[in-house]
Design a protein around this ligand. Structure first.
Ligand SMILES: NC(=O)c1ccc[n+]([C@@H]2O[C@H](COP(=O)([O-])OP(=O)(O)OC[C@H]3O[C@@H](n4cnc5c(N)ncnc54)[C@H](O)[C@@H]3O)[C@@H](O)[C@H]2O)c1
Length: 304
């Protein structure tokens, strides 16, 4: 994939998946603006990309507010003269069960993920529309947003809403040739290292590069950050010019396409539905009742 001449912004690119996206985009030839709320890691990543022959500048800042979004776009335009690709990857967790979650925990997660995605995409699309030659928006969802996850009211709300915005934006941006997709990644990062079933394998990989076992990579679709980066480069490339409005999963050895919500069963009643009428019709509809949640990982007996 050849991205030479393209300029990209990756938010939250100082660690984890964002770092892998920034490095892979740069390796494909793109000039990258490396953003992170932590200025030190943003600078380290930009320096490493530059030291290995790529093009990158760091632009620290906590995404959420419009001013930060505008500053990121301005930085791409000042440094590279244009903006072609935006990856809204920055994220945090503040997990707690619903009845104990505070307003602050709810707002903090919504601010970074949901507002941060909205403000950055709005600013980037304004610029891409001015340029008039299309663009690529790559937002980031999560299995928790697609399926729900215990302890993640705030996070699942934000991630489901991001995919909702992606569907709307793919329609709004189509005429301008700007594609908008969501990546649904799964990878060993600070965010997932503490999941008990994954923890020993992630620790071994972090300690000495021990590869993750096959059952994790294939059956669970759980790999290392670099495993998810190919999807971002593909979506940024000319070969994905017709791919838009999609939620695409990636992790370990697995690539997947998520469906969007749609009616799975319908019934009709002349003059509308009373509560009793619905109660009578429910057994037929309930055959299609939907499951929720992310299946718990299970290691095979041989551990491979
Ligand atoms: N790791 C997974 O398996 C997984 C699964 C689904 C979704 N995701 C999503 O992928 C994205 C990256 O996750 P990760 O696992 O690499 O996390 P991570 O914690 O390893 O890295 C996130 C980075 O974002 C930065 N950040 C946090 N708030 C920020 C802000 N307001 N502005 C700019 N930078 C900010 C952090 O400093 C950090 O460097 C997140 O959106 C996350 O929700 C991750």
């Amino acid at each position: 994939m050849e991205l030479t001449g393209r300029a990209a912004i990756v938010t939250g690119a100082g660690r984890g998946l964002g770092r892998a996206y920034a490095e892979a985009l740069a390796a494909a030839g793109a000039a990258v603006v490396v953003n992170d709320a932590d200025a030190d890691v943003a600078r380290e990543v930009a320096e490493k990309i530059t030291a290995t022959g790529g093009t990158a500048v760091d632009e620290p800042g906590a995404v959420g507010p419009s001013e930060v979004a505008l500053r990121l776009v301005e930085r791409a335009v000042t440094a590279y003269g244009r903006l072609d690709v935006l990856v809204t990857n920055a994220g945090i967790l503040r997990d707690r069960i619903l009845w104990k979650m505070t307003d602050e925990e709810f707002d903090a997660v919504l601010d970074v993920h949901l507002r941060g995605t909205f403000t950055c995409v709005r600013a980037a699309v304004q610029r891409m529309r001015e340029q008039g030659d299309g663009g690529r928006v790559i937002a980031v969802g999560s299995p928790a947003g697609q399926r729900g996850n215990v302890g993640q009211t705030n996070y699942s709300a934000a991630k489901a809403a991001i995919v909702g915005m992606v569907r709307t934006w793919s329609m709004e941006c189509a005429r301008a040739g700007i594609t908008v997709n969501a990546v649904i990644p799964v990878a060993a990062t600070a965010m997932t290292a503490t999941i008990p079933a994954f923890q020993p394998y992630v620790s071994a990989w972090q300690a000495d590069g021990t590869p993750l076992p096959r059952w994790l990579r294939a059956a669970e679709g759980f790999g290392v950050p670099a495993d998810a980066a190919g999807l971002v480069v593909f979506l940024a490339s000319a070969r994905a010019a017709d791919v838009t409005g999609q939620a695409i999963g990636v992790g370990g050895d697995r690539l997947s396409l998520w469906c969007h919500p749609q009616e799975v069963a319908t019934a009709y009643s002349d003059g509308g539905w009373s509560a009793d009428g619905i109660a009578d019709a429910w057994p037929a509809l309930s055959r299609w009742a939907q499951s929720v949640g992310i299946p718990a990982p299970e290691a095979p007996a041989d551990g491979r």
